[in-house]
Design a protein around this ligand. Structure first.
Ligand SMILES: *[C@@H]1O[C@H](CO)[C@@H](O)[C@H](O)[C@H]1NC(C)=O
Ligand SMILES: *[C@@H]1O[C@H](CO)[C@@H](O)[C@H](O)[C@H]1NC(C)=O
Ligand SMILES: *[C@@H]1O[C@H](CO)[C@@H](O)[C@H](O)[C@H]1NC(C)=O
Ligand SMILES: *[C@@H]1O[C@H](CO)[C@@H](O)[C@H](O)[C@H]1NC(C)=O
Length: 456
């Protein structure tokens, strides 16, 4: 069981690796620029297990050079904090060995490129930050401290509905508890792979849930390990099913980073990429990943045809009211930025089989190929699956089928039809179909499509 292996690793080695990976430094620092504290284990221990919280401010005027921020900053003329603008609050998660997260600046900058806002970064760490369960017991104290600052900002004229919290891992539950303290009046909370261990069975009071803000969205990428497997927001995007991400190592021998934390951190990287806005990352509502992969969920009709999208769009672009709760959304991604994939529904119908058949299908767009292997059982004649392909349906140049069954198990396969369509099926395009194909064992069959994009 992967859980067993991973747990053993966590006990020591993984935490060490984690700190190396997460603690990578930004190279350049101006002397006057504030940064997240980078205190060592020993130094924190000497602070008597006390919670340390400080805030950094980034705005469009100081995108490269964060300033320290506190209540006094508000009364100073020189502060860049603008109370008439919305505020994004970034909360990092558990910091093994107190090393600082390296992605904070990039996330702040990505947010500022999209919106002219105040970005407050919460820098928190416990003296005892090295035991995850101790930190979990105490994370609410961080939320209480943040709520003190928010109260002060309110006294200066900031409105609760101008705050959007973005919490990574454990930071998502910290944000959730701030939301609880303000009775759900905060505008929005975004949870980036909200932490799972010790939270899945927790009461909604103790974890992020839809009542914590007017709108709560979450991205799930490691729900079988560091992340939470249940929906915690109004909308919950489960990337590639929410457990294992493409391009992350499945074996600890291949890459430590890949094995231990790549899945968990993918939510953050996909979110930053969505903010960069090179392509839309939309989720398709479905009750389970299995149903989604079987092509049982093909549209966003429950949202009047507008699929929810990852990023800063209001209510993830949902206009129906009331906004749903704990709506699971599924999407497939590619393994590297910008992560967007096209969802292609493959439907293959064969004539009755004597024995099960193993088939490999390849979709090609120039040098990009998507390969998928599957088995059709003897008692079925139709196989349906949703595949991720880097290009749109209209850009697929060819399809290949190969009969890959072992000789003693499988004879020729007669394919009555193979059809491709793109989902969500918003434009009601006709599927691309090829009919009546015989593929002999070991042989490869291929068909070129002649099509042009953009006639709709
Ligand atoms: C952070 O800590 C490491 C290890 O103690 C040290 O090498 C590095 O210079 C520190 N960085 C900053 C910005 O203080
Ligand atoms: C963080 O570091 C700065 C300067 O390096 C220091 O002034 C500040 O007190 C530290 N904050 C905490 C919470 O340790
Ligand atoms: C604060 O924000 C408001 C609204 O965006 C803007 O009109 C005003 O000029 C800003 N003030 C400063 C000092 O930048
Ligand atoms: C977003 O865009 C910035 C600037 O163009 C780039 O430096 C950064 O790597 C991009 N991040 C992602 C995740 O695509």
């Amino acid at each position: 069981m992967p859980w067993g292996h991973k747990t053993v690793l966590l006990c020591g080695l993984a935490i060490y690796i984690l700190s190396l990976v997460v603690g990578v430094e930004e190279i350049q620092r101006h002397d006057e620029c504030a940064d997240l504290n980078n205190t060592t284990w020993k130094e924190y221990r000497q602070q008597n297990d006390k919670l340390q919280v400080q805030y950094l401010l980034m705005t469009r005027r100081n995108m490269d050079c964060a300033h320290m921020f506190n209540q006094e900053s508000l009364t100073q003329q020189a502060s860049y904090f603008n109370i008439s603008r919305p505020t994004k609050v970034i909360i990092h998660g558990y910091r093994a060995l107190g090393s600082k997260p390296a992605w904070v600046k990039e996330l702040g900058q990505a947010l500022l490129r999209v919106q002219d806002v105040n970005v407050l970064v919460v820098d928190w760490v416990y003296g005892a930050s090295f035991a995850y369960n101790l930190v979990v017991e105490n994370y609410k104290e961080v939320a209480v401290q943040i709520s003190v600052l928010i109260n002060q900002l309110q006294e200066h004229g900031c409105k609760l509905d101008s705050f959007h919290f973005i919490g990574v891992s454990l930071g998502a539950h910290v944000a959730g508890f701030v939301g609880t303290l303000f009775e759900g009046k905060i505008a929005r909370i975004t949870g980036l792979d909200p932490a799972g261990p010790m939270f899945k069975g927790a009461d909604t009071y103790d974890r992020l849930d839809p009542s914590d803000a007017q709108f709560v969205d979450a991205i799930h990428t490691d729900s079988d390990y560091f992340g939470i497997s249940i929906p915690v927001g109004h909308v919950d995007f489960f990337l590639n099913g929410g457990k294992d991400q493409t391009g992350c190592a499945r074996s600890r021998f291949a890459s430590m980073y890949g094995y231990v934390i790549c899945d968990h951190m993918r939510a953050l990287h996909v979110y930053m990429s969505a903010l960069n806005g090179s392509c839309p990352l939309i989720g398709i509502p479905c009750s389970s990943y299995e149903d989604f992969l079987k092509g049982n969920c093909l549209d966003c009709d429950v949202f009047k045809g507008r699929c929810p999208v990852i990023g800063l769009s209001e209510n993830s672009r949902i206009t129906v009211s009331p906004v749903p709760k704990e709506q699971k959304l599924f999407l497939l991604t590619t393994s590297s930025p910008p992560f967007c994939a096209h969802h292609i529904l493959l439907v293959l119908e064969v004539s009755a089989l004597d024995k099960s058949a193993d088939v490999e299908v390849t979709l090609r767009t120039e040098n990009l190929g998507t390969e998928h292997r599957f088995r059709i059982q003897a008692d079925t004649t139709v196989y349906r699956t949703v595949l991720s392909h880097p290009a749109a349906l209209c850009e697929i140049h060819s399809i290949e089928l190969k009969n890959i069954g072992a000789f003693y198990r499988q004879g020729d396969v007669h394919v009555k039809s193979v059809c491709l369509s793109e989902i969500p099926s918003l434009r009601r395009e006709q599927p691309l179909c090829v009919n009546n194909i015989n593929i002999r064992r070991g042989a490869r069959w291929s068909h070129d499509f002649v099509q042009v994009c953009g006639f709709f």
